[in-house]
Design a protein around this ligand. Structure first.
Ligand SMILES: Nc1nc2c(ncn2[C@@H]2O[C@H](COP(=O)(O)OP(=O)(O)OP(=O)(O)O)[C@@H](O)[C@H]2O)c(=O)[nH]1
Ligand SMILES: [Mg+2]
Length: 355
């Protein structure tokens, strides 16, 4: 009698998820800030039950109009964490150790590269309601911006962070040079799809407990300090293992965050599916069959309409006429030069055309 309602498809996503059109990659919506709910595609118009067509003489008409078909779209849901501070650096420099020392998070820590495989968040509480969110991501390697070691996937998680903590192994315990490491990681940050090199940065010189006392000129901290001074970078020596210097680092980060605007990187809409996507398979063609001397209208849309329209009834026939007009079919027939009395063929049906 009244026609069934379709079900809504509701997908719950974590805050910060970016919705993109799978075909073109264009941004449809950024599920952050004000956007808490977003309708990607509205369902088709509902149909009319047979009671809609009841008249005083026809109490129970057999004709009913089904609803319009639904439209479909394939989307990519891009998870982007929302954190204030993002930890970046080569594998094994102690990023996860720093996260576990600074927050309640319990990341996996081990003495080999690529221990962290998925990004992790933790809340840094400094007391008196002073807190911020810190994100640990897996270690980056050369070519990360091009996807090496899944680098681009990991970098996407820090796109929205306001401040980067760039962690290096200041002791050079693995034979790497911290200054070279800073430059290499920053190269990757600037080459990533979204230029991350202008994000405010704090350099964290970790593993200071491993630096030999009285190392003199061999102390990598010397070169690191000189490099940071020369390049205007803030440097904090810490030992994530012993906790030495960590408090100072966290307070410095908190102070710095107060100066950086909170309006995080928001993605603007590049595509509105509502205006671009039409129901699939909703097409038809209008042509002239010279051999038969008939005009031919065909296609899935016509087939579908004929399937739910009873042309034997007056209501059905009226609907059919309206359909031809509203879909521009009459217009196309006129363009092809149709004259009064000509025959129009639609699958099994043939009609004489009259204005
Ligand atoms: N001596 C010393 N060892 C540390 C310090 N910080 C981390 N480590 C050790 O360094 C190793 C790597 O630490 P992680 O925190 O797992 O390093 P990560 O940067 O998260 O590594 P990935 O997740 O692989 O990128 C572990 O064995 C830690 O115990 C430190 O300050 N001093
Ligand atoms: Mg880690």
């Amino acid at each position: 009698m009244a026609g069934k309602r379709g079900e809504d498809v509701v997908l719950k996503v974590p805050e910060g998820t970016v919705i993109r059109d799978a075909a073109s990659g264009r941004v449809i919506a950024d599920m952050s800030g004000e956007t808490q709910r977003y309708v990607i595609l509205k369902g088709g118009h509902g149909g009319n039950g047979n009671m809609h067509y009841a008249t005083s003489t026809m109490q129970a008409p057999k004709y009913a109009q089904p609803g319009q078909p639904a439209r479909t779209i394939e989307v990519i849901l891009e998870l982007k964490m929302i954190a204030d501070v993002g930890l970046v650096g080569y594998p094994n420099v102690g990023k996860s150790t720093l996260l576990s020392m600074s927050t309640n998070a319990k990341p996996k820590i081990a003495d080999y590269p690529f221990t962290t495989l998925i990004p992790m968040l933790g809340v840094v509480s400094l007391g008196y309601g002073e807190s911020f969110i810190m994100a640990d991501i897996p270690g980056l390697i050369d070519g990360a911006a091009d996807g090496a070691g899944k680098g681009n996937e990991f970098l996407q998680h820090i796109e929205r962070t306001r401040l980067l903590m760039h962690v290096v192994d200041a002791s050079g315990s693995e034979g790497r040079d911290p200054v070279e490491d800073i430059e290499a990681i920053n190269r990757e940050l600037s080459r990533y799809a979204v230029d991350l090199s202008d994000r405010p940065q704090i350099i964290v010189a970790n593993k200071t407990d491993l630096i030999m006392p009285d190392a003199g000129e061999d102390d990598p901290m010397h070169r690191l300090t000189a490099y940071c001074e020369a390049n205007g970078l803030e440097l904090y020596p810490v030992s994530a293992a012993t906790g030495e210097g960590v408090k100072e680092l966290l307070f410095a980060a908190y102070r710095k965050l107060q100066e950086i605007p909170v309006d995080r990187f928001v993605f603007t809409q590049e595509m509105d599916p509502e205006t671009e996507i039409t129901a699939s398979g909703e097409s038809f063609t209008v042509s002239y069959d010279a051999k038969e001397g008939q005009y031919v209208v065909e296609g899935p849309k016509i087939e579908k309409m004929l399937g739910y329209t009873n042309l034997e009834t007056e209501k059905g026939f009226l609907f059919f006429q309206n359909f031809l007009k509203e879909n521009g079919i009459l217009e196309q027939l006129k363009k092809l030069g149709i004259q009064e009395g000509d025959t129009v063929r639609l699958y099994g049906h043939a009609f004489e055309y009259y204005e």
